[in-house]
Design a protein around this ligand. Structure first.
Ligand code: BTN
Length: 266
């Protein structure tokens, strides 16, 4: 059986809804995020999952492209219509990063961590990125599409990213994609349910325990400026609170900046 096929991973689901209906699986897509955003606008699907072997126009944060070659990773997106005020939708990216981090940890035994806002890192290198895009139906109902790109095989990322990126295969015998997909969806539904009823507080402890940003010295790079400080915490809107050397606390929004450790990527 093909490992991306719903028949391979649906038996592993513990979700109430997510992944059980509305699955779009194609060998080649432009971008799973783009496909789900288009589907979301019609309002036909309440929740949905899109998966493919390769993307021809994979997209990353900050208008970057995302390399998604055939069979080298998990390239997938999830459509949700969360019951959250729009300013709190960044919480969903934390849910996705948390769910993927936990899936990788449980299936590989490796010490996966979350680099704010939503990169999953292993040994100081990025193994997964998350792209959240929100939109509205013509009737004004909000939806979010959460894309995740998990590097599994060495060929998942281009050679010029070797300093910053990694794939599971370089660190361990990679688990099956069906197990990773199911574990991620299970964790994502649980985390989204938790923040919908309890806000960020409901996942804060777990997020903090798995973060490799909080409590660290970071360098914030925006088009306008670069500054360093200590990453203290994140707030309900997903912003990173950074204490600078002069004792001020600055709110850093994920849409605008890159955050690195003062010694490098993490
Ligand atoms: C990042 O820049 O770190 C986010 C990368 C997100 C990549 C995934 S792959 C599946 C989904 N479809 C896309 O076009 N992007 C996301």
């Amino acid at each position: 059986m093909h490992d991306l096929s719903p028949a391979a991973w649906q038996p592993l689901l513990t979700t109430r809804r997510l992944g059980r209906t509305g699955v779009i699986l194609q060998h080649t897509l432009t971008s799973t995020n783009t496909v789900l955003k288009d589907a979301a606008r019609t309002g036909a699907l309440a929740e949905a999952v899109a998966l493919c072997e390769q993307q021809t126009a994979g997209r990353g944060r900050l208008d970057r492209t995302w390399s998604s070659p055939e069979g080298q990773g998990v390239w997938m997106s999830v459509l949700l219509r969360p019951q959250l005020p729009p300013e709190k939708t960044p919480m969903i990216t934390f849910c996705a990063a948390l769910a993927m981090t936990k899936a990788v940890r449980s299936l590989t035994g490796l010490d996966a961590r979350i680099k704010w806002p939503n990169d999953v890192v292993l040994s100081g290198h990025k193994v997964c990125g998350v792209l959240l895009e929100a939109g509205f139906t013509p009737e004004g109902q909000m939806f979010v599409v959460i894309g995740s790109g998990l590097n599994i095989r060495r060929g998942a990322y281009p050679p010029e990213l070797t300093e910053r990126a990694v794939s599971l295969e370089e660190l361990c015998p990679p688990p099956g994609r069906e197990a990773l997909i199911a574990a991620y969806l299970n964790g994502l539904e649980a985390a989204v349910d938790a923040v919908t009823s309890g806000g960020f507080t409901a996942i804060e402890e777990e997020y903090r325990a798995l973060s490799c940003t909080l409590g660290r010295e970071v360098q914030v790079l925006s088009p306008a400026e670069t500054f360093t400080g200590t990453a203290l915490s994140v707030d309900e809107t997903g912003a990173l609170l950074v204490r600078t050397e002069d004792g001020a606390t600055r709110r850093v929004l994920a849409g605008d900046v890159s955050v690195r450790g003062v010694m490098g990527y993490v």
